[in-house]
Design a protein around this ligand. Sequence first.
Ligand code: SAM
Length: 225
Amino acid sequence: DRAEAWTAVEDYLTVTLVGEDQAQVSARESADREGLPAIEVSAPQGKLLMLLAKLTGARKVLEIGTLGGYSTIWLARGVSDGGEVVSCEYEPHHAEVARRNLEAAGVADKVSIRVGAALETLPSLAAGNDGPFDLVFIDADKENNRNYVEWALRLTRPGSLIVVDNVVRSGQVLAEGGDGSTVDRDIRGTRDALALLGSDERLDATAIQTVGGKGWDGFALALVK
Ligand code: SAM
């Protein structure tokens, strides 16, 4: 069936192009053993994050949603020398698993995980002058996606890139209640974020749909003008 074909092609592309290394495979496996949900980015998307970090010459990357650190490893490998990734994670156990995975991947010295609700961490990053970030990857609780884009705008500079994950969700992004309202809080958050990406004068955005082992989804990219 189609889902099997998507997965087979993704596996083929991963083997042919992506070059996921043992530390990355182990990061996924250890997250699984530790009971974390398998909701990390796919290997090709992780590689894309690394390439985007390289393309933008990113020295400072902000990630919202660490999980077991799989995407964090890709981002850390994409930052230029002396660069760093700040990654926000709510669950202490996720952060602990991620720290071990980052250590094993040899990138722990480039990453700082901030444990807590991102909406509390982000103001402290702004107050502490931690920005501006060159690349922001938003991949946490989707109901706050619009808030995260607003914080990303405060924490970036013209030329920065903002990436928002899971903006399609098997087409649920269009799901509406009988009165035209969006039923699901996560979908509402994502639609509000997309509306902001599309309407804010400071942003130039697009979104790409994807298929693969994780089904049908997509991500948005926005350049800060
Ligand atoms: N970026 C990761 C990757 O691709 O490997 C996947 C992140 S996962 C989709 C979302 C993560 O966001 C989870 O680990 C979850 O605990 C975390 N999260 C949920 N709510 C959060 C919040 N309010 N602040 C920070 N992190 C949160």
